[in-house]
Design a protein around this ligand. Structure first.
Ligand code: GAP
Length: 439
């Protein structure tokens, strides 16, 4: 696949709203900037992305362990990690006239407000963490985590003690992260509440370069797996003066977002022993790894970090297609079957013929039992159903018609991308799709 020339962010956002993928957060109250809600189809696509990631990076490997840590953590975690300091701040400027706030590093004109022409005030550091109070007295300060990574570092000893992993090994986690972004923008690209899929991969210091290259290749494979074409992905070596406070080397994997161009999709950092060392010093608990021969050391860390929302946007951008079929323009999402919200849609040709409906219901329930995400669609005429399923990326539509009940017990299976139709025996449907989906 590769992005079609006619795809724009506006078309993707409009499809997302119209077809139940993504809604503005708190929409009926005018929204809340930097928040979005996933609708019924968005949840399915999002879950499929996360499931495929987990399968590839955790289940299919022997050197990865899963974790699901709490979002609220002891405030000392964030002092030790460096997030309460300037390292996790963005430069903020405020217009003295209209009071609008901007990220200074995103401004072309550093002196004059782009909205009202007023004078911009002094630049200051703005910490991106959301602060909160824990407990009925409200006297315990905490933060909504700005990355899932720290939940992994503070559980390093628990995982080592309970699982006895051999180094090198990784701990993976998928979960929400929160950042009080100064300027949330561009749909799911920069938001205040988002999901991350992160791995902290623990290595001996002398092995980091070799393991860095191995993980880099795994990240490339992941992006190909979710359908992103190589011409839309670029690796950007982050220059030293731009590195995060914990990193010695970072590669940003950038995607060519429609109407925006190349920008960050995922990050891959060499975090050295920064986090484990700081947590060890601050907590007084040893976070050293002990080898069978008694040799002790603080492992170094490689961190592939993926934003689910950015992957979601890239997957949609890549899949979005407009073509002509039967003399009409149609919109379709060419999603791989394992990412599509529904893998199959089942319809009776006419919804007022009980014998067709009954047969279709049986096929639907067999397919649903086997594949889970299967849609029942009996709205409108068959042409409209096909268009609707094309637009949400359903790879196959099954139609039960009069030939099914009067002639040979076969159904029509229609292919989303080509529009081609074949007849398949009802009794063979589950096997037919099993083969399709496994190939
Ligand atoms: N633990 C490392 C870390 O959090 P990061 O580069 O700040 O590194 C990792 O974030 C990924 O999380 C990014 O590549 C991006 O995909 C996603 N991400 C970060 N901030 C985001 C935001 N405000 N909105 C949406 N996604 C975001």
């Amino acid at each position: 696949m590769s992005q079609e020339g006619n795809v724009t962010m506006e078309k993707i956002v409009s499809l997302c709203k119209r077809r139940g993928f993504v809604f503005q957060g708190s929409e009926i109250y005018g929204g809340l900037r930097g928040t979005w809600d996933l609708g019924p189809l968005g949840v399915l696509l999002n879950n499929n992305i996360k499931r495929e990631w987990w399968k590839m990076f955790v289940e299919s490997r022997e050197d990865m362990y899963g974790l699901d840590a709490a979002i609220l953590m002891n405030e000392k975690v964030w002092e030790a990690s460096g997030h309460t300091g300037a390292g996790f701040s963005d430069p903020l400027v405020e217009c003295e006239k209209c009071k609008r706030r901007f990220r200074a590093d995103h401004l072309e004109n550093k002196e004059v407000c782009s909205e009202c022409g007023g004078k911009l005030g002094e630049e200051r550091d703005f910490n991106l963490m959301f602060e909160t109070k824990v407990g009925a007295q409200g006297d315990v300060k905490s933060y909504l985590r700005p990355e899932t990574a720290q939940g992994i570092f503070v559980n390093f000893k628990n995982v080592v003690d309970s699982m006895s992993p051999k180094i090198p090994f990784g701990i993976a986690q998928i979960g929400k992260a929160f950042r009080n972004e100064i300027a949330p923008r561009e749909f799911l690209f920069r938001v205040r509440e988002f999901e991350q899929m992160e791995i902290e991969y623990f290595v001996k210091e002398e092995d980091w370069k070799e393991k860095f290259e191995a993980l880099r290749a795994d990240i490339q494979k992941w992006h190909a797996h979710i359908g992103l074409s190589s011409e839309n992905i670029k690796e950007h070596e982050v220059p030293e003066n731009d590195l995060a406070h914990y990193s010695k080397r970072t590669i940003d994997f950038e995607y060519n977002y429609p109407g925006k161009g190349f920008d960050e999709l995922a990050g891959f950092a060499y975090r050295t022993d920064h986090d484990l060392k700081n947590h060890m010093e601050a907590s007084g608990v040893s976070l050293e790894y002990v080898e069978p021969d008694g040799n002790k050391f603080i492992p170094h860390v490689l961190e592939p970090s993926f934003g689910v929302g950015r992957a979601f946007t890239a997957v949609l951008a890549e899949a979005y297609t407009e073509d002509e079929m039967g003399g009409e323009t149609r919109t379709l999402l060419r999603l791989p079957a394992y990412l599509a919200p529904y893998r199959v849609a089942v319809s009776p040709l006419l919804k007022n013929k009980p014998e067709l409906v009954e047969k279709a219901r049986n096929a639907f329930s067999d397919l649903k039992k086997e594949f889970g995400n299967v849609a029942w669609d009996d709205n409108g005429n068959i042409g409209k159903r096909y268009r609707r399923q094309d637009e949400i990326g359903t790879p196959y539509c099954v139609t039960i018609d009069f030939d099914t009940i009067e002639k040979d017990d076969t159904v029509t299976v229609r292919d989303r991308d080509t529009g081609e139709q074949v007849r398949v025996a009802v009794g063979d449907l589950v096997n037919y799709f099993r083969e399709k989906f496994n190939s």
